[in-house]
Design a protein around this ligand. Structure first.
Ligand code: CMP
Length: 544
């Protein structure tokens, strides 16, 4: 199936014709870079006042209350209208950021700046969960939801370097207060825009966060290998937390880069991260991931350690960019290994445990970094932060290899088949494996009816071998063969089956149930567009 550009963008445009969805996405696009920018502004402000020690204290003072309150605040959206909660969160950020900017402009005591900035940080933590849980209520079709989710992740990826660059620019012009001033205006505007968002439906999910988390911990108790991997992920997050602080110190006191320095250095990590994400395609279909895991750990750590010897901003930017590449490479291998080592039905909970752990690890990293700088000096601090995980990885080399050996592999043939399709091809390695593990192989006899027109839809099908005939009201629409798919329309549109699909010869099919299918398409922006385009084309043939 080939896609021409006009058709593709036409599809996204159609999806964005939903007004509320469009507003929610515009608001998120404005919000996401300000989130990163405000954090850098806070670190720069703290560094300007009390050096790395104050940076550490401020980081922990803000991250801890945010981490403690985040799970509760996230549930506000389950109690009141989600779109209302979202608008209120944006407005609250606008007000809090405005007060922070005012505190900076009027040179109020630092405690006022920090108090308002903490308020901003706490309200910021409400946005992402509320935005993501509001989308299903705004979308008119699952296809729209899929595209909205996909666009949200694209926005996230871009913000990782756009945010720090904007922060650098604004700080250079008028100090950290300028970042808050600009964020305030933008978030107030976005808040008013969001007030005009109206949900189409109400979806109330039954959630039991405490029970879910406990189940995640129980699964981990049974799986020492998964514990080891999570330990590494937490360690890596700690390194990133430390790096946030160290880059501020580096930009100012070592490289004398001026006020935009920290933003530029953080942006380098972000750009590297995008390149690293592209490089993860080399992981697809790999049976053993231990070598890639080690490579990831080393490619993050070694450049960080080498920064101790960087003689100028350019070298630091390059080294941090390489560390960024390592970071996304590591994240994908760790995620893939983790999903290979725990049961699929508790995977979400294990990832939940990982989220909580990461927040804490980030805080610990930001506290430890200034202590290291004060005790050891800047260069040794970089060396230690960079080398600690590669060294630990060497020590537990055999255990990681064992985790890798015991991990349940997805069938490589299924992965290869999925990769060749336009819908699943764009999924990353972890996504492809996840889908492959959930595929249900089916052998159907010649003449068997796989899908009956008018029935309710429950599964999506891929043809591995054989041939099927699609017909509507007795008239043949199409013959599909190996690599083709069917059964997507009922699932994506939430309607009865639009046609009958019958095996014309003995065929091998791979089925994916509704929930896994929707989750998989949601994870793949390009795939979602390819799917929506093909679906529209097929439906257009129904009228003739
Ligand atoms: P669904 O409606 O869920 O179930 C019947 C399937 O037949 C449908 O999804 C499509 O996957 C497939 N189908 C319907 N129309 C066409 C067509 N014109 N060409 C190819 N496949 C089709």
């Amino acid at each position: 199936m080939s896609l021409d550009r006009g058709e593709t963008s036409g599809n996204v445009t159609a999806v964005l014709q939903n007004r509320s969805l469009r507003r929610a996405l515009i608001a998120f696009t404005a919000f996401r870079p300000t989130e990163s920018a405000q954090w850098i502004a806070i670190l720069v402000y703290a560094y300007g006042r009390g050096g790395s020690r104050e940076v550490g204290l401020v980081a922990i003072g803000m991250l801890l209350p945010t981490a403690a309150l985040a799970p509760f605040l996230a549930q506000i959206g389950d109690r009141v209208n989600r779109e209302r909660a979202l608008a209120c969160a944006y407005l609250a950020i606008g007000v809090a950021a405005g007060l922070t900017a005012l505190a900076a402009a009027l040179s109020l005591p630092a405690i006022a700046f920090y108090a308002f900035a903490t308020l901003a940080t706490i309200t910021i933590s409400m946005v992402r969960p509320t935005h993501l849980s509001a989308l299903p209520e705004l979308a008119e079709t699952p296809a729209q939801l899929t595209a909205a989710n996909a666009l949200s992740s694209t926005i996230e990826a871009l913000a990782i370097f756009v945010g720090p660059l904007l922060a650098g620019l604004l700080i250079a012009v008028n100090g950290p207060g300028a970042v808050f001033g600009a964020s305030s205006l933008l978030m107030l505007a976005v808040g008013f825009l969001a007030l005009a968002i109206h949900a189409r439906t109400r979806i109330t999910e039954r959630k039991d966060p405490v029970g879910d988390a406990l189940e995640g911990f129980r699964e981990l108790r049974r799986r020492p290998g998964a514990r080891l991997l999570l330990g590494f992920v937490a360690g890596q997050t700690m390194v990133i937390g430390a790096l946030d602080v160290l880059t501020v110190v580096l930009a100012y006191s070592v490289l004398a880069m001026g006020p935009s320095g920290p933003g530029v250095l953080s942006a380098a990590v972000g750009v590297g991260g995008l390149l690293g994400a592209a490089a993860t395609v080399t992981l697809i279909g790999r049976e053993r991931l231990a070598p890639a895991f080690f490579a990831g750990v080393a490619v993050i750590g070694v450049p960080i350690a080498l920064i101790a010897f960087a003689n100028g901003p350019a070298a630091a930017v390059v080294l941090l960019g390489i560390a960024g590449i390592g970071k996304s490479f590591f994240e994908v291998t760790a995620r893939t290994l983790l999903q290979r080592s725990v049961d699929d039905d508790v995977l979400a909970r294990v990832f939940g445990v990982q989220e909580g752990l990461s927040m804490a690890a980030l805080a610990v990293g930001s506290v430890v970094a200034p202590i290291l700088v004060n005790r050891l000096g800047v260069e040794p601090a970089f060396m230690l932060v960079g080398l600690i995980l590669p060294l630990i990885a060497l020590l537990v080399f055999q255990r990681i290899r064992a985790v890798d050996r015991d991990a349940a592999l997805a069938d490589p043939r299924s992965v290869a088949l999925l990769r060749g399709t336009s819908i699943f091809g764009p999924l990353g390695p972890a996504g492809l494996e996840r889908v492959a593990r959930n595929l249900i192989p089916l052998e159907v006899a010649e003449g068997a009816v796989v899908i009956k027109e008018g029935d309710a839809g429950d599964r999506f099908y891929l043809i591995e071998e054989g041939k099927v005939v699609v017909s509507k009201a007795g008239a043949v629409l199409k013959v599909l063969g190996p690599g083709d798919f069917f059964g997507e329309i009922a699932l994506l549109r939430d309607i009865p089956r639009t046609a009958t699909v019958k095996a014309e010869e003995p065929s091998s099919l791979l089925a994916l149930d509704r929930q896994h299918f929707l989750a998989a398409v949601t994870g793949s922006p390009a795939g979602a567009v390819a799917l929506a385009t093909e679906m529209d084309r097929r439906l257009s043939e129904h009228d003739v």
